[in-house]
Design a protein around this ligand. Structure first.
Ligand code: ZN
Length: 48
C-alpha cells in the first residue's frame, strides 16, 4: 500500500495508473509521480 508522502493518506492502487503519471493526493493535494505500478510506489514531484 502506497501512502501519501506528505500526510500518509493511503493511496489506493488503481489499474488505470501508469508509470510516470502524476497523481494528486485526495487528502492534502500533494502531487506525486508514480514510479512503479505493481507494487504502487510514489515519489515527490519537484514543484516549480
Ligand atoms: Zn496527502
Amino acid at each position: 500500500m502506497a501512502k501519501c508522502l506528505k500526510c500518509n493518506y493511503e493511496i489506493q492502487p488503481n489499474p488505470e495508473l501508469y508509470e510516470g503519471e502524476i497523481i494528486v493526493c485526495p487528502s492534502c493535494g500533494k502531487k506525486m509521480e508514480v514510479i512503479c505500478v505493481e507494487p504502487l510506489e510514489l515519489q515527490k514531484v519537484e514543484e516549480s
